[in-house]
Design a protein around this ligand. Sequence first.
Ligand code: VG1
Ligand code: CO
Length: 542
Amino acid sequence: MIREIQTQPFDDQKPGTSGLRKRVSVFERPNYAENFIQSIFVCAGTGEGKPLVVGGDGRYLNREVIAKVLAIAAGNGVEHVLLGQGGILSTPAASNLIRKYGAFGGIILSASHNPGGPEGDFGIKFNSANGGPANERLTGQIFEFSKSITTYRMAELDLPDIDQTGSFDLAGMRLEIIDPVADYAELMEEIFDFGAIRSLLASGFSFVFDAMHAVTGPYALEIFANRLGVDPKAIRNAVPQEDFGGGHPDPNLIHARWLAELMFDDDAPDFGAASDGDGDRNLILGKGIVVNPSDSLAILAANAHLAPRYRGGIAGIARSMPTSAAADRVAEGLGVPLYETPTGWKFFGNLLDEGRVTICGEESAGTGSDHVREKDGLWAILLWLNILAERRVSVQQIVADHWNRFGRNFYARHDFEGLEAEQAQALLIALQGSLPELRGRSIGGLVVTGAESFSYHDPVDGSVSENQGIIVRIDGDRRIVYRLSGTGTSGATLRMYLDRWENDALLFNEEPGAALAELALAGAEIAQIEKHTGRTVPSVIT
Ligand code: VG1
Ligand code: CO
């Protein structure tokens, strides 16, 4: 039986950089999730017989919201749902399923790197038929609809146990519960030379992976342990937990600290890696080295031809605007185009669909290719392993060779978290107003050569996205970027990104903090960070 349920709209269901993310307590409000899910079906349709992919990162509320998605899907006439067993699907695995089974879209339940549990965050994201995050037009429509919703349609379902696989008929909707890992693992085997990686791993090359109690555990066990022969003990924190073991499933040096420390021990493994809550990010480490994510993007692009899928070369590279310009030099070297897009994977979709680019990446530890339409943590790790299997040198050596060939981009992101939204807005407005007079100014000896607000003109669909961050260019291949985070769930986070290219090999081993000290001071001065926020130091540097 389908019921039409009266509801009141909420005014805050505007998706951010990656879906709608709010505190669990917000999603627990009566009708909050239901309204948003109904808005998705109204705006994105119900597929006319095509399947809908559903799954999440396993965090607190995952199962409850899956039940709501299924009931509202059936209530709206969705005929076929593919659900990951146990409600589990990593973001890239969901993207693959949408593409492979011709789904009209997917609903992914995740707040990615944000903490989980009853006091943590939850999120809902819609991906379109190409497997990628809904574009700005669709997310805008969903938000508009959510502001005036009055009813939603829900079927009364007798749900089976979702921890089993199988096919079920639910009030005219076919529910197929599938192994969340199998199709993804198969795709990875098609892309990479598993034989070469297996022989690298059998040659005494030591490997460790941290799944951070999040979604990649089962994927990592199947791929690294079962298919590539790694000792399962090297796959740490591999059981997804609703609260990620109380941590932030964010693979950086703060939240994956034990891994960073291990990699600097005397008997450190040769290779270490971690992924985030929903499996789309990656952190790469070697013995005695953390690979900066922007460098990792550039290195993967420069070496991708060593993996079977990319043997014929890559069509182009896209990076988000704040990501370092390291990839630009690779694109130049390879003679392929480089696209600069706003932050968030949704902006890469058109470029990938049109075959204009093969590799994409962001400074926030996200890298991916045209194999899916999301960033993909395990893919990046496997590409590194494939490259290492072919080159048989250390991670450190690969990075050093890269800098010698292309120069080094010293890079850091300074996050000022927990600001009041008004303070952060005031800072950006003042900064925006100062842009015309910034050019030519000298700040602490650094001369500003350009200052602009970043607008993106999508070359494929002609859409324009304005106010995507402020860029201040400094003499000598340096750049400072400012923008506000679009994934936080309380207050505002100001991100200041610092990028400095250096081509003098004698300076390559400088510590990034020191290499960027002058630029950081100038950055704080230009945006008047202390005046607006009272902060003199960032909350986190990544
Ligand atoms: C952050 C990152 C951005 C990434 C986004 C989603 O967004 O900076 O690069 O695409 O998170 O990543 P923001 O707006 O907070 O800067 V994921 O892995 O959390 O979905
Ligand atoms: Co993520």
